[in-house]
Write a protein that binds this ligand. Structure first.
Ligand SMILES: Cc1cc2nc3c(=O)[nH]c(=O)nc-3n(C[C@H](O)[C@H](O)[C@H](O)COP(=O)(O)OP(=O)(O)OC[C@H]3O[C@@H](n4cnc5c(N)ncnc54)[C@H](O)[C@@H]3O)c2cc1C
Length: 349
């Protein structure tokens, strides 16, 4: 979409799977996500922070100007449990980068008063002005925005084409452009980058999945804010506790963070542990008779060393965004556009 905003560009997207597919034949992470904006960047990682800042501002714009994008504003509360505070944070109040400095004003950071949570279980809590993205609606919105910029479809003057297709190597992609041969290929194949025949061997080794599980429930809990409970359970260190109430009366309930786990099987005792934790830490909501309508399993496309956004010859790589593909997407796109423009000015396309 960001590339199409430049009228001199023509873009073909080739994808094995689309956001509207009912079933995914292989790994396709994006439709599974919740999704919200809670940047994971470390305090000293200004590269990712700058990427995520772009996304925050863009999502706030979409909330204001494009209700059809499926992005809904939500107060996003983080509750730090007493166990986590003592065992991991060693009694030191720990806040992410966006709750400190200038950007804390942009996100509307506020520390909660102890009267606002259960002080027997929670050490401290804070909130920001967050959001929830209804992912498959949102991605369809993005495709539609591209069609709007396309100047028609299936004609020689169309600037955009979306094609179902599968490549075994990056070099196969040049000939799939709808107007002939592509000048540049942008590789954003997520976790499946590791399967491309002509990707560097060391890259194949760097890319790895981190499994996530989310339950989609009818929201009968009364919860209206995104809620992340920072738990510590040494017996189940991969289990997390977070919620996102969607506009359509659904509650996204997560989750797990399981490195290199590629199975689709969900342990039936996990939801039991989750509801027990809900009743313990978020007792202000109703957790009885909760109706779960769907269980979603996805694989976050992580990469050792972080995001790969770079140009190698006529290929621009943009993958390895791990658990942050939505919040980082606009910032990554901005960098890809920069790399395309650099290439164009060098080669005077
Ligand atoms: C449970 C869960 C919760 C999450 N929550 C959040 C959240 O709250 N916020 C957030 O920012 N992120 C979240 N994420 C992370 C986010 O979903 C991912 O970072 C993001 O979806 C990755 O997007 P991607 O485009 O890189 O990969 P994908 O979504 O997997 O897309 C890859 C695309 O490339 C295509 N493709 C791959 N190989 C080929 C090939 N050889 N030929 C043709 N096409 C190919 C695929 O078909 C697909 O269309 C979550 C993830 C999970 C699993």
């Amino acid at each position: 979409l960001e590339l199409l905003k430049d009228p001199t560009n023509q873009v073909t997207i080739v994808a094995k799977q689309f956001p509207t597919d009912f079933e995914h034949s292989s790994v396709y992470t994006s439709p599974i996500a919740g999704a919200n904006w809670l940047s994971f960047a470390d305090d000293d990682d200004t590269f990712t922070q700058n990427i995520d800042k772009v996304g925050y501002k863009k999502y706030r714009e979409l909330i204001k100007n494009a209700p059809e994008a499926g992005v809904t504003p939500r107060t996003d509360i983080t509750y730090v449990t007493k166990e986590k505070f003592e065992a991991i944070y060693k009694g030191v109040k720990t806040l992410p980068w966006y709750c400190k400095g200038e950007f804390s004003k942009v996100v509307g950071f506020r520390e909660l008063d102890p009267s606002e949570y259960n002080t027997s279980k929670i050490a401290y809590a804070y909130q920001i002005n967050g959001l929830v993205v209804r992912t498959s609606y949102y991605m369809t919105y993005l495709i539609n925005e591209m069609w709007k910029l396309s100047r028609g479809f299936e004609t020689p003057s169309s600037r955009f084409s979306l094609r179902r297709g599968s490549v075994t190597k990056i070099s196969d992609a040049y000939s799939l452009h709808h107007l002939g041969t592509a000048d540049l290929v942008i590789n954003c194949t997520g976790l499946l980058s590791r399967e491309l025949e002509d990707i560097e061997i060391e890259e194949k080794r760097r890319i790895y999945p981190v499994r996530g599980i989310v339950f989609v429930a009818e929201n009968t809990t009364g919860m209206k804010c995104n809620s992340f409970v920072d738990i510590f359970d040494p017996k189940y260190p991969d289990e997390k506790l977070y919620f996102m109430p969607r506009r359509e009366g659904e509650l996204i309930m997560g989750g797990v963070f399981q490195e290199n786990e590629e199975s689709k099987v969900v342990d039936p005792t996990f939801i039991v542990r989750m509801i027990t934790r809900c009743k313990k830490y978020l007792s202000q909501y109703n957790w009885d008779d909760l109706k779960i309508v769907r269980t979603q399993v996805g694989y976050r496309p992580f990469r050792e060393g972080g995001y790969r956004i770079e140009r190698v010859g006529k290929v621009i790589h943009c993958y390895g965004v791990g658990a942050a593909g939505f919040q980082s997407s606009w910032g990554c796109a901005e960098r890809v556009v920069g790399l395309v423009n650099q290439y164009k000015s060098k080669s005077k396309l």
